[in-house]
Design a protein around this ligand. Sequence first.
Ligand code: GTP
Length: 598
Amino acid sequence: INKNFIRNFAIIAHIDHGKSTLADALMRICGALEQRHEKEQFLDNMDIERERGITIKAQTVRLKFKAQDGNVYQLNLMDTPGHVDFSYEVSRSLAACEGSLLVVDASQGVEAQTLANVYKAIENNHTLIPVLNKMDLPSADPENIKIQIQHLIGIPAEDAIEVSAKKGIGIEAVLQAIVDRLPCPQGDETACLKALLVDSWYDAYLGVILLVRIIDGIITPKKKIRMMAANAVYTVEQIGVFTPYPNPVEHLACGEVGYIIANVKAVGDCHIGDTITEENRPAEEALPGFKSCTPVVFCSLFPVEAGDFDKLKESLAKLHLNDASFSYEMDSSNALGFGFRLGLLGLLHLEVVQERLEREFDLDLIITAPSVIYKIQLQNGTWIDLHNPSDMPSPNEIKSMMEPWIKATLFVPDAYVGSILTLLVERRGIRESLEYVTPTRALMVYRMPLNEVAFDFYDTLKSLSRGHASFDYEMNGYEEGELVLLSIALNGDPIHALSFVVPKVRAYDKGRAICEKLKEILPRQLFPIAIQATVGGKILARETVSALRKNVTAKCYGGDITRKRKLLEKQKEGKKRMRQFGNIEIPQKAFIEVLKIG
Ligand code: GTP
């Protein structure tokens, strides 16, 4: 196909503004979805995604569209996740396209992730087509939203396309605008092969699948290819495109997007952003590639049943075939036994990994407090990276400590500005700017330490603003901080899974809150339990859980036997989620509740 008839595009939007619904509508109108195959939303193909409505794995679909000029165009849609934790996936999808549909909910307006994604699109020299979605809602306010787009994003918006993805209104106009307004791909079909490796994942039937955008040249089956950064050579077995079902093709030429299957063993062998060239006629220079994604949040995972360790190990290895963006290594703890230390791209990523392990692999897990990476200068002048709070050197060995900071962008409706400002101050936020973008909505830009958002920031923000504030962040360097290690001990034994690095000024309040919470949650035992919060051996707070006197089932004696059995079964269920610490049992819930204390 002549590359003048190709358009490669992505859809960028804030969460819930209708990206997946629009993608579905585009596919439906191009005949890509047949009724009998149609799932609720094709592009979100993992269970968790569908439940939460969050797109995690970037996907791509080739569509055919007959435009007003009578020609049939090949439109390649690259799906992108909307959430900040997956922003590296956004970047790589955008690098494979010439333009983006900028979807804005016409009843909500521009939000934090709209801006974050727009900046990435602009970095990739994209042409943007503004699309106002949800025009069927009575609260849609297209004229004001156009002004917002012009003011906040700085692109003309008079010719924004007004659609309802859900009702299928205005979809044809979107396709026509893609043809009319987006540039066709550049590149030289006769040049040496240069293909950008956009993504790779493990498929149980097909093995490792490489998603590529051909920049120059052409690729055909049976050719020997070389991954330039990985310095590995493979033979192409099959190439194809997603329509959205995998469909083998004879060749992929410059400008096109498709997949390659080449007997690659593990996703870990593929460097996203790498250049694929032909072994016998190699390109001289590789493409610029992407910045690699480095984990910013760490936590440990332990099986509730110690006997499940091997199963956890196997499950992590399998999951890693699909998601090479988390790292893991063995870890052990005095109280929790053997487990793994995970490195993740953010908190949502942590939740997704944990949930997939529990759901897809049927594991019960205890997860420790998430921690960021601190840089510590020892008295002898050397610097170390601290990934795990329980490895923190004692205070007299430490000369200084640095912690990672972020730049946070928030959109907040007027009514909640006061309480959000209080929250930001509590979380050590420093104002960069605060501006009213409409009479009723403020845009706040704040710098703050990453560890202040690592626990419960999203939840608190959501509840303070009844779900109306939006938030995004980017990493913004390291700064010196006065930090201490807060440890929790039960009857004198420190519980490493409950150690936190906290700002010195907050240690007392946090220690007290955790002790109170634990007192509430810990089941009473046959002996009293002393709960202590300590910093550098000094006790900051203390609570006691008094001893249990009666047998739990005692109150059922003489009573209804089924009720008694139910109670015992309930306890058994509870057991599964408990861990023994010396002679103290801690329910998993206790960990989660304690971690929520910000
Ligand atoms: P993420 O995958 O989380 O990034 O969200 P998304 O942007 O893909 O949003 P999605 O398509 O899942 O839509 C979010 C919600 O908005 C869903 O409940 C949709 O049914 C609804 N929605 C999408 N388009 C329209 C529309 O045109 N009109 C109305 N009324 N609702 C819509």
